[in-house]
Design a protein around this ligand. Structure first.
Ligand code: ADP
Ligand code: MG
Length: 244
């Protein structure tokens, strides 16, 4: 098994004449937690979406867990099974209970039987602290609880890597901590994580490495104490002065 879990090389993405990613070389090691920071429009979400080929790169290579997703013959469905993704909007099925939200993909995609899928659903609801909510409907939950359900749903698929795109940005401030707590636990458990976030405190405490993106390139990267604590690049300093 390779120690590299995610690798992009020469990754470029354009929408028409708009060049959003302009050559991104990213490496995330097995068990590593990498936080991506940067201004709005810098290409953070596009980078994440290229990692699981929700967006098709214009140029360059994406390898996740040893599989080259940019290979025209790649089995994308198989590769995506091992890539969990959590968005700003929780995207729960509003007409299904919490436990049903966690079993649908397990049954359809992984072909698990009902009993096994429900057992794994309960294990993961316990992991995010929501065992008592399994029969609730999403609308009965707070935003923070809904996001924790979305995380549990991703975990129920046994991902090898988790991608988070601003998972706490849509939450009321008092609900952010519980979601970050679940993510912190996940990091401690050894999950490989690529996290786009504006939560600088989280990045400082949990990330092994922080990437600062601007204008579709990685401007600066390194340990959080360096990139957030003592940035070398002017663009990083300007950004941090605005958000800290
Ligand atoms: P970030 O997540 O850093 O805010 P994004 O990756 O969402 O940045 O977007 C980077 C740029 O790409 C923005 O200018 C955005 O408008 C543009 N963009 C993103 N997705 C699309 C799309 N599907 N079609 C056209 N433009 C897009
Ligand atoms: Mg974004």
């Amino acid at each position: 098994m390779s120690d590299v879990m995610i690798e992009t090389s020469g990754l470029r993405k354009a929408f028409g004449s708009l060049e959003v990613l302009r050559g991104v070389d990213l490496r995330v090691g097995r068990g590593e937690v990498v936080c991506v920071i940067g201004p709005s429009g810098s290409g953070k979400s596009t980078l994440l979406r290229c990692v699981n080929l929700l967006e098709e790169p214009t140029e360059g290579k994406v390898v996740v867990d040893g599989a080259e997703l940019t290979d025209p013959d790649a089995d994308l469905d198989a590769a995506r099974r091992h890539i969990g993704m959590v968005f700003q909007q929780f995207n729960l099925f509003s007409h299904l209970t919490v436990v049903e939200n966690l079993t649908v993909a397990q049954r359809k995609v992984l072909r698990r039987g009902r009993t096994e899928a429900e057992r794994i659903a309960r294990e993961n609801l316990a992991r995010v602290g929501l065992s008592e909510k399994e029969r609730a409907m999403p609308a009965q939950l707070s935003g923070g609880q809904q996001q924790r359900v979305a995380i549990a749903r991703a975990l129920a698929m046994n991902p090898h890597v988790m991608l988070f795109d601003e998972p706490t940005s849509a939450l009321d401030p008092e609900l952010v901590g519980d979601v970050l707590g679940v993510m912190r636990q996940l990091a401690n458990d050894g999950m490989t994580m690529l996290v786009v976030t504006h939560e600088m405190q989280f990045a400082r405490e949990v990330a092994d490495r922080v990437l600062f993106m601007d204008g579709g390139v990685i401007v600066e990267q390194g340990p959080p104490a360096e990139v957030i604590g003592a940035p070398k690049q002017e663009r990083t300093r300007t950004f941090l002065a605005r958000v800290l």
